[in-house]
Design a protein around this ligand. Structure first.
Ligand SMILES: O=C(O)CCC(=O)C(=O)O
Ligand SMILES: [Fe+2]
Length: 314
């Protein structure tokens, strides 16, 4: 089959209201086949996305020394700004060609997770940055819960199974900027990796470059249409489901010559379990043919720390 014929069909999140079982089946099939799905009407308003993109562009256009003043040394990139040249895919030698900003969940003072979920920082140079990204964070949270509900149905669990597992979870909204790429740049925009978290919701991947590693070993382009949401399974959900849902390797390759002069901006929302959630293989995902690959349960927070060390963020 040609690469083009094998592109991922997009599914409609509105259908999850009228036909929850049918939607769960379609979404589940896409996740089992690719580890990825593309969602058309995800409920995140187009004008909010446009505002957020404009704020991200404005921030990355600031002078280098201003951006660097929001880099929290030793903070593992969890909040604020991470400069170009730091994050390196697991096992890769060349660093990624990107800079990014992280927004975390706002917690009330004295919250039981405050020790492991750092407070946000906000750039004072960009107007309404905080309001815009807290609004987008909330919209991602809502869409994420609806997607998790469908995943629960697909797995034969109670539709609300994931609600408690992600409540006050350590989710992170990442604003990414991949600057223009020179012809002789070593490395790629983002080296092959798997996401650490539960599921990832990605906006702004219309500028070409995102690819997933298909099960036949071929790299397949992930090409959402304008405004569509890309969703993929992360390692934590892969572990919980004993690899029934696969966390698929993906990367962002450098653009063809005619697009090299352009930046690429994208906004992944890494939806996480709450830090004290114990990831323990679902009994329904264990059978004689599929023995438990992860007999040791681990909390979401310990799992995150293990993985951040591997990508040189802590
Ligand atoms: O920029 C993209 O399209 C994907 C980014 C990504 O995979 C990541 O940051 O984990
Ligand atoms: Fe990723």
């Amino acid at each position: 089959m040609s690469t083009l014929a094998r592109s991922i069909a997009s599914v409609s999140l509105n259908a999850s209201r009228t036909d929850p079982e049918g939607f769960a089946r379609e979404l589940g099939e896409s996740f089992e086949r690719y580890g990825f799905a593309i969602i058309a009407d995800h409920g995140i308003p187009a004008d909010l996305i446009a505002r957020a993109e404009a704020k991200a562009r404005a921030f990355f256009a600031l002078p280098e020394e201003v951006k660097r003043s929001y880099h929290i040394a030793g903070g593992g990139g969890a909040r604020g700004y991470t400069p170009f040249g730091i994050e390196t895919a697991k096992g890769a030698t060349a660093h990624d060609l990107k800079e990014f900003w992280h927004v975390g969940r706002e917690l009330p003072e004295g919250h039981r997770f405050a020790e492991v979920m750092a407070p946000n920082v906000w750039p004072k140079e960009v107007d309404s940055f905080r309001d815009t990204f807290l609004e987008l964070f909330a919209a991602f949270d809502t869409a994420g819960l609806r997607i998790l509900e469908a995943i629960a149905r697909h797995l034969g669990l109670r539709p609300d199974f994931f609600e408690d597992t992600v409540e006050d979870g350590n989710s992170v909204l990442r604003l990414l900027h991949y600057p223009p790429v020179s012809g002789d740049a070593p490395g790629v925009r983002a080296g092959a990796h798997e996401d650490i978290n539960t599921i990832t919701l990605l906006l702004g991947a219309e500028e070409a470059g995102l690819q997933l590693l298909d099960r036949d070993g071929e790299w397949l382009p992930v090409s959402p249409k304008e405004g569509e949401l890309v969703v993929n399974i992360g390692d934590m959900l892969q572990r919980l489901t004993n690899n029934v849902l696969k966390s698929t390797s993906h990367r962002v390759v450098n653009p063809p010559a005619e697009r090299r002069g352009h930046s690429r901006y994208s906004m992944p929302f890494f939806l996480h379990f709450r830090p004290d959630y114990l990831i323990e293989t679902l009994p329904s995902c264990i059978s004689d043919e599929r023995p438990n690959l992860y007999p040791e349960p681990i909390t979401a927070h310990d799992f995150l720390l293990q993985r951040l060390r591997e990508i040189k963020l802590v």
